[in-house]
Design a binder for this molecule. Sequence first.
Ligand code: SAM
Length: 298
Amino acid sequence: MQNNPKDRTALPQGIIAPDARDLAPGLYLVATPIGNLRDITLRALDVLSGADLVLAEDTRMSRRLFDAYGLRPKCTAYHEHSASALRENVLAQLESGAKIALISDAGTPLISDPGYKLVREAADRQIAVFAIPGPSAALAALTVSGLPTDKFLFAGFLPPKSAARIRALEALKPVPASLVFYETARRIEVVIKDMAQVFGPRPAMLARELTKRYESLYRAPLDQLVAQIPTEEQRGEMVLVVAPPEGKEQWDDAQVDEALGHAMQNNSLKSAVDEVTGISGRARKDVYRRALALQNNS
Ligand code: SAM
């Protein structure tokens, strides 16, 4: 990367790009812009220019970013369905000291994007994993929503089929936190209608095309939200944020047990109890007692 003051993408004067050789070996999870290409961090540029290999969800999409910043990294496609042979090859390179960056088409890798299996296996093998933080549509939307930010639950994409979607929404209904969803424009109308049916008229916000030229935000109770969005705006990329329930709704025992069942598959008992206590509105000692009972019965 050259420090040319006429180049709008060059580093501000006084900020010296570190030598790529300074990069420690390991796996780098590099966040990239969600629209506006200038939302890239200096550190992300350092890592992308210094990495031995960049794993990209879609190499053609990433080329746009590389071209904007004059980067020419060695780049290979990587997605969650990548054959385990490719993952094994990447892990072997990491074990021999390579510096490998993972990027997705936009935003933070692993957030509704590929990378979880790779990071889990790298961690299992004591390979260093570094976060290079930056944009994510979920946090960008939450912060502009005007809805409570002290507790939120990232719910990602809902199931595409209506019956499964309603079930997923019912499970989220008692969560005492703002809910953040990713959704496609094609389904947005029906999804908001399902949410209004399950959650009632909770305050909500739809953020579309964040950081892009035609960015727009719509804030309204769920039952009025669709009517606020002009038809021509029902396209592009979207995040929905829904306010927490009013008052102190608490999960019942069956909901706590179901959540514990999932959480205990991948976590220690203590972490599972912490997680479920945080989202259920139930006292920690109750959740702990139920977790012990589940463990003893399994
Ligand atoms: N990893 C990404 C992140 O950190 O935000 C998310 C990837 S997910 C496959 C893509 C979804 O993110 C889109 O369907 C949309 O819901 C949301 N999204 C991405 N960019 C967006 C933007 N500029 N404005 C609104 N939503 C966006």
